[in-house]
Ligand binder design. Structure first.
Ligand SMILES: Cc1cc2nc3c(=O)[nH]c(=O)nc-3n(C[C@H](O)[C@H](O)[C@H](O)COP(=O)(O)O)c2cc1C
Length: 145
C-alpha cells in the first residue's frame, strides 16, 4: 500500500455544488477502487491525502491534476504505507461551508480541526504532514479574524 498528500488552490468560482459533486464522485470512485483518504477545503485551499494501491492513487492523482476546479496541485508527500489510517473513509470531507458560514461556526470548525490535528497520533508520515498543513491553514485563517 502507498499514500500521498497534496495541496491545491481552488478556482475562485468553486461553489458548494462543486464541492458536493467532488465528494460524491470521490466516494463512489474511491470505494470501488479500495482508496481511502481525507479531503479538507478551507480558505480557498484543498489538502487531500489518498491511501491505496500505488498505481491506483497515482492514476487518480493524474485525473485530479487535470480537474478544472482547482490549480497549483503540489505533491507534498508520497511513500509506502502500512496502515490504513482513514479506514472506512473513502473520502472523509471537512469544509466550513458544509456547516454554515457564520463566524462562530467557522471558528468551531477550525477549533475542531486543530484539536484533531493535535491529538492525531499517526504513524504515517503522509497523514502527519496532512494534519500539520490543515493546522497551518486553520491558524493562518484564525489570525485574520
Ligand atoms: C480537490 C479535488 C479532490 C478530488 N478528489 C477525488 C477523489 O478522491 N476521487 C475521485 O474519484 N475524484 C476526485 N476528484 C474529482 C476528479 O478530479 C475527477 O473529476 C473525477 O475523477 C472524474 O473524472 P472523470 O470524469 O475523468 O472520470 C477530486 C477533484 C478535486 C478538485
Amino acid at each position: 500500500m502507498h499514500e500521498l498528500t497534496y495541496t491545491s488552490q481552488a478556482k475562485k468560482n468553486v461553489s458548494l455544488k462543486d464541492l458536493n459533486d467532488i465528494l460524491k464522485t470521490a466516494n463512489e470512485f474511491n470505494k470501488t477502487h479500495s482508496i481511502t483518504g481525507c479531503l479538507v477545503y478551507h480558505n480557498g485551499l484543498f489538502v487531500q491525502t489518498l491511501h491505496g494501491a500505488k498505481k491506483g492513487i497515482f492514476d487518480l492523482l493524474k485525473k485530479i491534476q487535470g480537474d478544472e476546479r482547482h490549480t497549483n496541485v503540489n505533491l507534498v508527500w508520497e511513500g509506502p504505507a502500512e496502515k490504513e489510517v482513514f479506514k472506512g473513509w473513502h473520502m472523509a470531507f471537512f469544509s466550513p461551508k458544509t456547516s454554515g458560514k457564520t463566524s462562530e461556526s467557522l471558528i468551531d470548525f477550525e477549533r475542531n480541526l486543530i484539536t484533531l490535528s493535535t491529538f492525531y497520533k499517526a504513524d504515517s508520515a503522509s497523514v502527519r504532514i496532512f494534519w500539520s498543513i490543515v493546522k497551518d491553514l486553520c491558524l493562518n485563517e484564525a489570525q485574520t479574524h
